[in-house]
Design a protein around this ligand. Sequence first.
Ligand code: AMP
Ligand code: MG
Ligand code: MG
Length: 329
Amino acid sequence: NKTKVLNLLSVSVLSVSAAVMASSPAVLMRLVASAYTVAEKAGTIVRKVLQSGELGIVEKTGANDLQTLADRLVQKSICASLSKSFPKVTIIGEEELPAEDAEEELLENGHSSLILQKSCPDQYASLKEEELVVWVDPLDGTKEYTEGLLDHVTVLIGIAYGGTAIAGVINQPFYNYQMGAGASLGRTLWGVLGLGAFGFQLQEVPDGKRIVTTTRSHSNKLVIDAVQAMEPHDVIRVGGAGNKIIQLVEGKASAYVFASPGCKKWDTCAPEAILHAVGGKLTDMHGNAYRYDANVKHMNSAGVLATLRNHEYYLSRVPQVVLQALPSD
Ligand code: AMP
Ligand code: MG
Ligand code: MG
């Protein structure tokens, strides 16, 4: 009899926990699922502003540090939408904007049900909203956007917990734009540590081939010296931190080398999470990890070194002058 009661008890406990799991997915997965749809809406805004022909360009710190109407509208859209659904999450966006309510048409309250169906990695299953920090780059590759290099552009939403980038969403609004009218325009990549990354086909550069990707609009002597020191077979110069990480996971480049300050936490959080979710690595030029707590300094002062494989090789080639010029925090 006792066994029977126990059995009944465990059956009901099981069904209760199954019901709880089915009805309330982990906060992290809800946030990623919402960020996915919010990033797709962002991509739509980025395309619309371009079509309008009125980019509304403003110089921030100089001619190589721009903001457009798309940067402003997308940041409003992402921050207002996510903070409405997740009021206790800390959200940090790149652009300094006047504090005013976002227009209704900018709000997005949808989510990806495909993402919600995935189970949350155990280590993140009980995270609370107030423990999460979201880093938003509404438009990465603004300089290239204004120059018509459209596939360099991405929208970045990174999620951090305990200082670590644990999840990320990247929308590429103009993916496929050179493929003609038949091809579907834009895509969204996403990933969670311990779960994997989705929305693209993981590929590696053939073993032994070194293809370095780096900045095209923020170069200087240190940047060039560091790239050369890697003894690359090929160098690609493109805009955007998001874009360069996509090149790594799609087998177009084997290392992203940027030996300069300039990249900020919102540039690297989402890309780092996706790269790490498939076994890659993003560090500063010394091999030290960046932290993404809400109160960290925004600038990635010691540069960016990112790889899918063979991080140690690239680290071992970083010149002394670079290490001295760019101390880790
Ligand atoms: P890039 O590879 O030059 O496209 O840079 C990647 C990201 O870092 C972009 O968001 C850039 O705006 C930013 N960035 C890099 N260097 C600088 C810089 N010197 N000034 C302002 N932003 C920079
Ligand atoms: Mg950026
Ligand atoms: Mg930006």
